[in-house]
Design a protein around this ligand. Structure first.
Ligand code: NAD
Length: 284
């Protein structure tokens, strides 16, 4: 798609905007997508690959499983894809992932901090270990990954950091103390990084989904079905209705499309913000 230069103020548009096609618009770029072996991360990885971006995938699959998965994405969209099985709860593993991506591709242009876990329990029964796991993966890993890739982005004068936060960055729910604390923290981190990079060609934003039917949510559906005696389909609808004004799950493809848009030149002044895709949840 070519921008149409019709209005007098359009002289402010850069050449980049005027000539950038939508398809393969990220050709030659490299992205790390954490937690991309399934769910939202996989949806984002596929959308970036479709836009021509090279990828470093990551997740809990072993290298034996992860590498063929990476090869299949590479073959579908004719891009270069690697897999790194870093356990991102450990800071040295996050550092290794960032270093590996830079070693393989020379630079990391796009970082998507997506890996996350959930644990549901009232605060008195919330195990210390679960608190530590949720905080280290959902928040601290993003801090270390950003620290690892930012110097390279500054050198190249271009970067996109996208944190997959949650509607729980904006509102709370009972029994999710660690998740809500981590996701509120991730939005705070997003804003600080945006301020520190505001004039360096780098943007940092948070995407805040409501319900997306991935394994992370399927566990909550199953727990609800067991507790209430509902069938899985009823439990799914019940879960949606409890929080979202719109009784519909967002799709991983839609979150992927929003990610690609945030990487485009049209989004270059969008930074430090939270973009909800939540069926109206945060509007309540
Ligand atoms: P998911 O459970 O389907 O996938 C999680 C991914 O993270 C997997 O690839 C898994 O291998 C990886 N992962 C887990 N532990 C890891 C670790 N220690 N190190 C590296 N990778 C690890 O989850 P999802 O629903 O796709 O969620 C992805 C992100 O979106 C999370 O940050 C989650 O909080 C957020 N989110 C999800 C929803 C939803 O409704 N599903 C809503 C809002 C926000």
């Amino acid at each position: 798609m070519h921008a149409v230069l019709s209005r007098p103020e359009d002289h402010r548009l850069t050449t980049e905007v005027a000539t950038q096609p939508v398809l393969r618009s990220l050709s030659g770029r490299t992205a790390i997508v954490t937690g991309s072996t399934r769910g939202i991360g996989e949806g984002i990885a596929r959308a970036l690959a479709e836009a021509g971006c090279n990828l470093v995938l990551n997740g809990r699959r072993s290298s034996e499983e992860g590498e063929p998965f990476a090869d299949a994405i590479a073959a579908t969209w004719n891009v270069e894809v690697r897999y790194h099985a870093a356990d991102l709860r450990t800071s040295s593993h996050v550092e290794r992932l960032a270093a590996y991506a830079q070693e393989q591709f020379g630079t990391v242009d796009i970082l998507v901090n997506n890996a996350g876990i959930q644990h549901v329990a009232p605060i008195e029964a919330f195990a210390d270990e679960c608190w530590d796991n949720v905080l280290s993966l959902n928040l601290t890993a993003a801090f270390h990954a950003i620290k690892g890739v930012l110097p390279g982005m500054r050198t190249h004068g271009w970067g996109r950091i996208i944190n997959i936060a949650s509607v729980h960055s904006l509102v709370a729910s009972p029994n999710k103390c660690a998740y809500v604390a981590a996701k509120h923290g991730l939005l705070g981190l997003t804003k600080v990084v945006a301020l520190e990079t505001a004039n360096d060609g780098i943007t940092c934003n948070a995407i805040c989904p409501g319900w997306v039917l991935t394994e992370l949510v399927q566990h909550q559906v199953e727990a609800r079905a067991t507790a209430s005696g509902m069938c899985p389909e009823e439990a799914r609808i019940d879960l949606l209705r409890a929080k979202q004004p719109m009784f519909e799950f967002s799709s991983v493809e839609s979150i992927g499309a929003l990610t690609v848009f945030l990487c485009s030149s049209h989004a270059r002044t969008m930074t430090g913000a939270a973009y909800t895709m939540d069926g109206g949840w945060a509007a309540v």
